[in-house]
Design a protein around this ligand. Sequence first.
Ligand code: SF4
Ligand code: SF4
Ligand code: SF4
Length: 256
Amino acid sequence: MKVRAKPKIAFFDFAGCEGCQLTVLDALQTHPELLDVVEIVQFREAMSEKGDNYQVAFVEGSYTRREDRERLQSIREHAQIVIALGACAHLGGVNAMRNWGPQEEIRHYVYREFARVHDSDHARPISSAIPVDGFIPGCPIDRDEFVAAVRQLLQGRIPEIPDYPVCVECRLQEIPCLFMQGKLCLGPITRAGCGSICPAHGQSCLGCRGQVTQANFQGLQAAAGEYRLDRALVEERLKFFQSDRLLNSEGAGDGR
Ligand code: SF4
Ligand code: SF4
Ligand code: SF4
């Protein structure tokens, strides 16, 4: 009987806290059967081997340095499928908040006398450097969504991510709406799939999963006005995860 080779996958990290890679490690512990069907050839957080023969590349972290582009291009050349893993890679993420200020000053503020040895610049999603085939959103990613994504990839499909707002998950779970408590929430424009975890714990959604394709900003602003919330807060909140999109506004409402 001919034994079919397992698809080879690899994980790469750029600027990020590595929380998404930790979630992958967690997923591999709770779903060890994944290791029966895929072969991991590179995963710095978990192993020292570095194989360059892989079909699927999962990339965590945002693109912040000039040399990152070359590395991303090399990953793109090796992989048949590139998946952005988590908000940093998908959106630029929290790192992109620094894009609002002068980079030199920010580097100095953070690194002081060591600023000159750090060459990081604006934080961008990896899609601004290379074509990306799919993404697993969130900060961090959702473990079960990662497992489902691997299963879909094994079936030859690009992972399907919900394209309806977090509010739908709130309604299904009968979670009281935070607007009624005078709290601004980005759930109406944010991609569902996290099970409304923040509103379920009384916290506003900050939009870590990116926006739905048909994001209704006017509706969100109108709701803020209706509940006497400062409309300027909407943009402030968007800066947490959407700074790159706000600063490159042609991407507005494109489902990032
Ligand atoms: S998306 Fe969040 S958890 Fe993942 S690497 Fe970035 S900051 Fe960390
Ligand atoms: S709490 Fe947020 S996510 Fe939930 S229904 Fe209200 S606006 Fe939507
Ligand atoms: S509720 Fe919003 S911020 Fe919280 S995990 Fe879900 S998408 Fe992210």
